[in-house]
Design a protein around this ligand. Structure first.
Ligand code: CMP
Length: 140
């Protein structure tokens, strides 16, 4: 297995409830190392661009509004098989379908307010990381 980097966001519903540390503990306990992290208020333009693949979906407007409603924590996580490992630890997009012990089972409120985002492929991880971090801001 290869050491990979993936992109992660702790979303507004979680930062608002002071869950940043609790979620980071789940990541770290599962072998994901936080090699870059920043708390930001996402602009509307940033959220629109980040989620542009969903622009035609009925929930797009709601998603952009939600992601800009409160601060988020953007992160780069590193570890063996990090993309798949992070997705496993996050759990299913819909918390009603998420496995026990996953972040979304533990903390998510709904399919929209689902506490975390993670890249779905290594290729997208690279694109998403580059939207928020320069190489010198990632310290492995
Ligand atoms: P995320 O991994 O950030 O990628 C796209 C997001 O769209 C997803 O998590 C959900 O938060 C959101 N999403 C997906 N389906 C729905 C839906 N039916 N209603 C509202 N938001 C959704």
């Amino acid at each position: 297995m290869a050491i990979e980097r993936t992109f992660s966001i702790i979303k507004p519903d979680a930062t608002k409830r002071n869950l940043t540390g609790a979620i980071n503990k789940v990541f770290e306990d599962n072998g994901l190392r936080i090699v870059a992290q920043r708390r930001i208020k996402m602009s509307e333009a940033q959220a629109q661009k980040f989620y542009e693949v969903h622009a035609e979906r009925p929930f797009y407007g709601e998603l952009v509004e939600f992601m800009t409603s409160e601060p988020v924590v953007v992160q780069v996580l590193e570890g063996e098989n990090a993309v798949a490992k992070h997705r496993e630890v996050m759990g299913a997009t819909n918390p009603a379908e998420a496995a026990d012990g996953t972040v979304r089972k533990l903390y998510a409120l709904s399919i929209g307010e689902n506490s975390v985002h993670g890249s779905d492929s290594l290729e997208n991880a690279k694109i998403e990381i580059a939207q928020f971090f320069s190489d010198d801001q990632i310290v492995g």
